[in-house]
Each structure stands twice: as structure tokens, then as C-alpha cells.
Design a protein around this ligand. Structure first.
Ligand code: HEM
Length: 192
């Protein structure tokens, strides 16, 4: 049975992103209704800490650290970055006083989207190439023939892998802008 691309990839992507938007709006609405806007102001801190914590996966992947199962750490990275971004989005709220933190928020948004797109596209093309390989093997093709048959798909898969090349520079831009915002707030609070 041919599995639906829509059901397996586009829908989860839309749901995860839609849920982020819906949770941001309802979180902000609730904080305003309960007169707890100040809580949102402080939510930037746990949100930032969660995002930083989720980077443990990146360190593990590059073997800078050696403990932890990479697969579960990837799940942790996806979940931590998603939840941390939600907290930061609620923290940003609908207050417009300064440009820098909003630029950081936009960069963070692009970062989250590039992560989600990469995750969905990568899974989709990986499964596709694997399916094709199995199909050709069942037809009795030799290993080299199978690799020749899936060559262009494998090239496309390689291109999908490039998403990381977008994900990381965007993360760097996000970090620099966020650090600028955090540093100026800490200066204002007299913490530095
Ligand atoms: C340690 C982490 C953080 C702290 C302590 C912090 C603190 C603050 C504070 C005190 C304000 C209120 C400023 C005001 O009312 O003028 C603020 C606003 C804001 N923050 Fe953060 N923040 C943190 C992390 C972040 C991050 C990571 C982002 C985005 C990626 C972000 C985006 C924003 C935005 C968009 C606003 C609203 C700016 C405006 O009023 O125009 N914050 N933050």
C-alpha cells in the first residue's frame, strides 16, 4: 500500500507548527486575562535555558561529549527547542518596544521552521529511497544495479541533508541577536 505523503509528513509538520502558534496565542491570552503578564517577562529565562539544554544533542552528535543515546537526544533536542521556543514566544508577547529582540524572535522562528521542514523532508526522502531499494532488490537486481537505479534519488536525499547547512547559520544569527538582547537586559537590571 502506498502511504500518503500528506498524512505522514505534511500533516505532522502543519500540526507541530500550528500547535506552536495556538499555544503561543492562548498562553499570552491567559497571562493577560489572569494579570500575570510579568510571568511572561520571566519566561524568557527558562525558555532560553531549555533551548541551550537541547543543544546537548548537537554536542553529542559532534562527539564533544560521549554520554547519552543520540536517538533519544535528538528527540530531546526537538522537544526542548520546540517548548523553549514556545516559552520565548509567550515571553515576547505582543509588546513592541525594541527592534533587537524582535529580530532575534524572527531568526528563532526561521530556525524552528527550518528544523521542522528538515525533519519532515529528511524522513520522507529517506523512506522513499529505502522503499525503492527494497523494491529493486525484490525484483532480483544486484547490489550495484540497485545503487545505480536509486542514484538520482540518493542524490536528492543528499540535497535534503543539506537542510542542516541552513539550520546552523540561522541558529548562529539567532544566538547573536538573542545574546545582544539578553546582555542589554542584564545591563539594565544591573546584573552585569
Ligand atoms: C535569559 C533570557 C532572557 C531574558 C532575561 C529576557 C528579558 C526580557 C525582558 C525583561 C523584556 C522586557 C523589555 C521591555 O519591556 O522593554 C524582554 C522583552 C522581549 N524579549 Fe526577552 N529575554 C530573554 C530571552 C529572550 C529571547 C531568547 C528572545 C528571542 C529569541 C527574546 C525576545 C524578546 C522580545 C521579542 C521582547 C519584547 C520586546 C519589545 O517589547 O519590543 N527574549 N525580554
Amino acid at each position: 500500500m502506498k502511504r500518503s505523503l500528506w498524512l505522514e509528513h505534511v500533516l505532522p509538520f502543519t500540526l507541530l507548527l500550528g500547535l506552536l502558534a495556538a499555544a503561543t496565542l492562548s498562553g499570552d491570552y491567559l497571562l493577560h486575562r489572569l494579570n500575570l503578564v510579568w510571568v511572561g517577562r520571566y519566561m524568557g529565562i527558562p525558555g532560553t535555558l531549555l533551548i541551550i539544554g537541547s543543544l546537548y544533542y548537537s554536542a553529542r552528535k559532534r562527539k564533544w561529549v560521549t554520554t547519552g543515546n543520540p536517538k533519544s537526544l535528538l528527540k530531546g533536542h526537538e522537544f526542548g527547542a520546540w517548548l523553549g521556543s514556545l516559552m520565548v514566544l509567550i515571553h515576547a508577547g505582543v509588546h513592541f518596544n525594541a527592534i533587537l529582540p524582535w529580530l532575534a524572535t524572527v531568526a528563532m522562528g526561521v530556525n524552528v521552521i527550518s528544523g521542522l521542514v528538515g525533519k519532515m523532508l529528511l524522513n520522507q526522502s529517506r523512506e522513499h529511497v529505502q522503499g525503492e531499494r527494497e523494491r529493486f532488490q525484490l525484483r532480483g537486481l544486484s547490489k550495484t544495479e540497485v545503487e545505480q537505479a536509486v542514484f538520482w534519488d540518493a542524490v536528492a536525499l543528499g540535497a535534503m541533508v543539506q537542510w542542516r547547512k541552513v539550520h546552523i547559520p540561522i541558529f548562529v544569527v539567532f544566538s547573536v541577536l538573542a545574546l545582544g538582547h539578553i546582555f542589554s537586559i542584564f545591563l539594565f537590571w544591573g546584573w552585569v
